[in-house]
Design a protein around this ligand. Structure first.
Ligand code: AMP
Ligand code: MG
Length: 422
C-alpha cells in the first residue's frame, strides 16, 4: 500500500475548511485570539496637542538666546496637569507649568523641560516665576494631535493573532472589545485496555494515558479548547460510543492509539460507524498509521476526526504536523504552521525509513564556527516511545523522503518547537 505524502495529506485535511464564525470578546480576554475583521481607530491619537515632558509651556519667541549665563525670566501664570483642561492663555513673558500628558494651553508653542530651568524637579509648589536656561524651538517636546493615529486608520488586519501590543493599541484607539474568530473545540479520547488516567494507581500491565494529557496541552497551546472523552477499552462499541459524544461537542475529535494494523486496533472500525475515513497512512516517521476522516455533527455541520498513532512521540508529532494547522485554520490564522524553521548543521547521523519524511527530535545550540548558525544534535533515542528525547528536544529536524540517512555535517531544516509564531 502506498503512503500519502505529508503535503497531500495536509491539503486534503484542509480542503474547503473555513475559519469559524466571529464573536465579540472583551480586550481582557482576547490575548492570542485571531481578529475576524479589520480593526479601525475610533479616534485620533493624541486627541490634542500635549506635553511630552514635565516642564513649562512657553512661547518660543520669548526664550530666544536664553542660556545658563543669561537666563530668561517668565512669570508662571497657571498649571495644566494630565486630565485637566487649561484655563490660562500663555501671553508674552509668561509660562504655564505643564505635566507630561497635559493639554497644551492656548498661546504656547513649545515646552521647556523642568531640567532646563531653575525650578525644582519632582513634587514642588508651583513657583511664581521661572528662569529658562536654554533656547527652544516651536514644537519642542509637544506631541502633536494625530502624530500617532488618525481616526479611521487600519490598525490590525483580520487573521492577526492579538498580542499584548495589539490589545493596548485597540484600547487606546477606543475599543473595549474586538471581533475574533470562535475558538475551535477539540474532544480527546485515549484508547487501550492498558491505560489508566494520569495520577491513578497502576495495576499490572498498565500504563498512564499520557497522550490525552499531552494532546490537551497541545490544543491549548494552539489556542483552542478541549474536552476529554476519557479512556475507551479496545472494543468497537466503547470507542464508537465515546466518539459519538465527541462529535456532539467539538469540531475536531481526536483518538490516540488503536489505529494501526494490530488485532485490537478498533478505532477505524469504530469511527466508520459514525463517519467516513478519508485517508489512512502517511509517509512520515514517526506517525505512519494516522487516520483522518469526516463526520456529520448532530447539528448538521461537518467535524474532523483524527485517529493518531498510540506511541506517545507519534501522537505528539502528528498533532504538530496535521492537527495544529487545521486548528489554526479554524481559529482564523492565515499562517498555518505557526512555528519558525531554522537551518542547522547536524552533529549526528540521522536515519530515515525509505520513502518517509522523518521528523527527528533534536536539540539546538549556537554554532561556534558560524555566526548566527545552529548545530542540531540528537535529543536522545529516536524510538516512537521515547518521551525523554521529546521533552529534551528544541525542534524536529526534517529528513526528506529521498534520503535514507543524513550524515553528520549535513544541513537540515529544524522546526522549532520551543517557539510559537503569532
Ligand atoms: P497502539 O497504536 O494502540 O497499538 O499503541 C501503540 C503504543 O502506544 C502502545 O505501546 C500503547 O501502549 C501506547 N499508547 C497507546 N495509547 C497511549 C496513550 N494514550 N498514552 C500513552 N501510551 C499510549
Ligand atoms: Mg492500543
Amino acid at each position: 500500500m502506498t503512503l500519502l505524502r505529508v503535503e497531500e495529506a495536509r491539503d486534503r485535511m484542509l480542503k474547503g475548511v473555513e475559519p469559524l464564525g466571529a464573536e465579540r470578546v472583551a480586550l481582557s480576554a482576547a490575548l492570542g485570539r485571531v481578529l475576524a475583521e479589520p480593526l479601525l481607530a475610533l479616534l485620533t491619537l493624541p486627541p490634542w496637542d500635549n506635553s511630552a515632558m514635565d516642564g513649562f509651556a512657553v512661547r518660543a519667541a520669548d526664550v530666544v538666546g536664553a542660556s545658563n549665563e543669561a537666563p530668561v525670566r517668565l512669570r508662571v501664570i497657571g498649571e495644566v496637569a494630565a486630565g485637566h483642561v487649561p484655563t490660562t492663555t500663555v501671553e508674552p513673558g509668561t509660562a504655564v507649568r505643564i505635566l507630561t500628558g497635559g493639554m497644551l494651553p492656548p498661546g504656547a508653542d513649545a515646552v521647556v523641560p523642568v531640567e532646563d530651568t531653575d525650578a525644582s524637579p519632582g513634587v514642588a509648589e508651583r513657583p511664581a516665576g521661572v528662569q529658562i536656561c536654554i533656547p527652544t524651538e516651536v514644537g519642542a517636546h509637544i506631541r502633536v494631535v494625530g502624530s500617532d493615529l488618525r481616526k479611521g486608520d487600519r490598525l490590525l488586519e483580520p487573521g492577526e493573532a492579538l498580542r499584548p501590543a495589539s490589545l493596548a493599541v485597540a484600547a487606546a484607539a477606543g475599543h473595549g472589545d474586538v471581533p475574533v474568530h470562535r475558538r475551535p473545540r477539540v474532544a480527546i479520547l485515549g484508547t487501550g485496555d492498558e491505560l489508566v488516567p494520569a495520577g491513578a494507581p497502576m495495576g499490572p500491565a498498565q500504563i498512564h494515558d499520557s497522550n490525552s494529557v499531552g494532546l490537551a496541552a497541545q490544543v491549548a497551546e494552539a489556542g483552542a479548547e478541549s474536552v476529554s472523552l476519557g479512556i475507551a477499552g479496545d472494543r468497537v462499541d466503547d470507542v464508537a460510543r465515546r466518539l459519538r459524544t465527541g462529535f456532539a461537542e467539538a469540531e475536531i475529535v481526536i483518538a490516540s492509539g488503536g489505529v494501526s494494523v494490530g488485532a485490537h486496533d478498533v478505532v477505524r472500525d469504530a469511527f466508520e460507524q459514525i463517519g467516513r475515513i478519508e485517508l489512512w497512512r502517511i509517509a512520515v516517521q514517526p506517525g505512519k498509521p494516522l487516520a483522518y476522516g469526516l463526520a456529520t455533527r448532530p447539528d448538521g455541520g461537518m467535524a474532523h476526526f483524527f485517529g493518531l498513532p498510540g506511541n506517545p512521540v507519534s501522537s505528539f508529532v502528528t498533532f504538530e504536523l496535521f492537527v495544529r494547522p487545521l486548528l489554526r485554520r479554524l481559529a482564523g490564522h492565515t499562517e498555518l504552521i505557526g512555528r519558525p524553521t531554522v537551518r542547522a548543521r547536524l552533529t549526528d547521523r540521522l536515519a530515515s525509513p525509505p520513502g518517509r519524511r522523518t521528523f527527528a527530535r533534536v536539540t539546538l545550540a549556537a554554532d561556534p564556527d558560524v555566526p548566527g548558525g545552529w548545530l542540531a544534535s540528537l535529543a536522545g533515542g529516536q524510538g516512537s516511545h521515547v518521551l525523554s528525547a521529546l521533552v529534551a528536544a528544541d525542534g524536529l529536524a526534517i529528513v526528506p523522503e529521498e534520503f535514507d540517512e543524513l550524515p553528520a555535517g549535513a544541513d537540515v531544516d529544524v522546526i522549532r518547537l520551543d517557539q510559537d509564531c503569532p
